[in-house]
Design a protein around this ligand. Structure first.
Ligand code: ATP
Ligand code: NAG
Ligand code: NAG
Length: 316
């Protein structure tokens, strides 16, 4: 692996899980010991962080992914996908010590699924690897983290960013009940959906009023600001415990597949934070809504994410 030159600065850096997925569509889920015929097979290059990176890069952000994959077929193709999308792989390490992590997903005709996730090489992303990426993390405009790698590693990365005055976007997904309190303090923008907000606060979230209430609760835990995404309603933005949270509505579109909408939203948000640092958070959220609204009108996750050329000039 060639060492990146000190002079290169990536505005958007993500320390995240590399989680390629194998998606199989079948009329129904197989029973134990059974072999059935399906009709569609698709390889995706997820992990939430990777999806968010790809969306930010497609909008024009100079983006780097800090992750670990194995020296195997999935690892090679995973790296290739980043290259294709203009995401830097200077910190995407291929290790001999583990196989690439992966998710196997079977979906039946009614949309029910069965999923197995193997963490693999993602388990090896720790402090040492983050230290290697220190030059990128400390000089970025924005760092994005989720909870698909070891939470200690995520928190370490967020702290590194904060120490260097790098803006942090934290997406607590998949949410865990006893999230370390320092995650809130290390988040400049804490970005979650309704079910994550519910799990983290223990408060029910099914309306804009509920989202506003949990948003204020999360602010009280120490977040700089909070965005609760609300699907077709848009999102609720909370910036201060002294200011009423605000619903930032989105446009009505015909959604064909909302998978990855949250990642499209966060990737777009990261782009705006990096490129328009003085823009109001509500305006960034309004624009990120419009980017995510494009993604729900197409099938797939990364396959549905728009490029800069597909978006109206007003968004830039
Ligand atoms: N049906 C929809 N119509 C328009 N915009 C949508 C729709 N669904 C989602 N969005 C946009 O995507 C953003 C994120 O969606 P959502 O709140 O469903 O996140 P999520 O649950 O993390 O998504 P997912 O898990 O499906 O990736 C919303 O804030 C909104 O801007
Ligand atoms: C899909 O799987 C779910 C859960 O196993 C089941 O309830 C549903 O009936 C299945 N649909 C079909 C078409 O088999
Ligand atoms: C929130 O995101 C999680 C993935 O982290 C997903 O499983 C869940 O269905 C989402 N909730 C809503 C309300 O969209």
């Amino acid at each position: 692996m060639s060492r990146p030159k000190r002079s290169i600065i990536w505005v958007c850096v993500s320390c995240s899980a590399a989680l390629p997925s194998v998606l199989l569509q079948a009329p129904r889920l197989p029973k134990a010991g059974e072999t059935i015929h399906g009709y569609k097979f698709f390889i995706g290059f997820g992990g939430k962080g990777a999806n968010q990176c790809v969306q930010a890069a497609r909008m024009g952000a100079k983006t780097a992914m800090v992750c670990q994959v194995g020296k195997d077929f999935f690892g090679d193709n995973y790296i290739q996908n980043f290259k294709k999308n203009g995401v830097s792989i200077a910190f995407a390490k291929q290790t001999e010590k583990a196989a690439t992590g992966a998710a196997s997903i079977i979906v039946n005709d009614t949309g029910e699924n069965a999923i197995v996730i193997v963490a693999g090489a993602n388990m090896l992303l720790g402090q040492q690897e983050l230290q290697h990426a220190q030059s990128a993390i400390s000089r970025a405009k924005v760092l994005i983290c989720q909870l698909e790698i070891n939470p200690d590693a995520s928190l370490h990365a967020l702290r590194m960013a904060k120490e260097n005055h790098v803006k942090t976007i934290f997406n607590p997904a998949p949410a865990i009940v006893d999230l370390h309190s320092d995650f809130y303090k290390a988040s400049d923008i804490f970005c979650c959906n309704e079910s994550e907000a519910e799990l983290l606060t223990g408060m029910p979230v099914s309306s804009v009023e509920d989202a506003s209430r949990v948003g204020l609760d999360l602010l009280q835990k120490g977040c700089g600001s909070v965005i609760v995404s609300m699907g077709p309603q848009g999102c609720v933005v909370c910036q201060s415990i002294n200011v009423a949270p605000k619903l930032v509505p989105t446009i009505t579109v015909t959604a064909v597949d909302t998978t990855g909408a949250g990642d499209s939203f966060i990737g777009a948000l990261a782009f705006y934070v990096a490129h328009y640092p003085t823009m109001q958070l509500e305006e960034m959220a309004r624009r990120a809504n419009l980017v995510a609204a494009v993604s729900v009108q197409n099938v797939g996750t990364q396959t549905s994410f728009p490029f800069r050329k597909d978006l109206p000039a007003e968004l830039f």
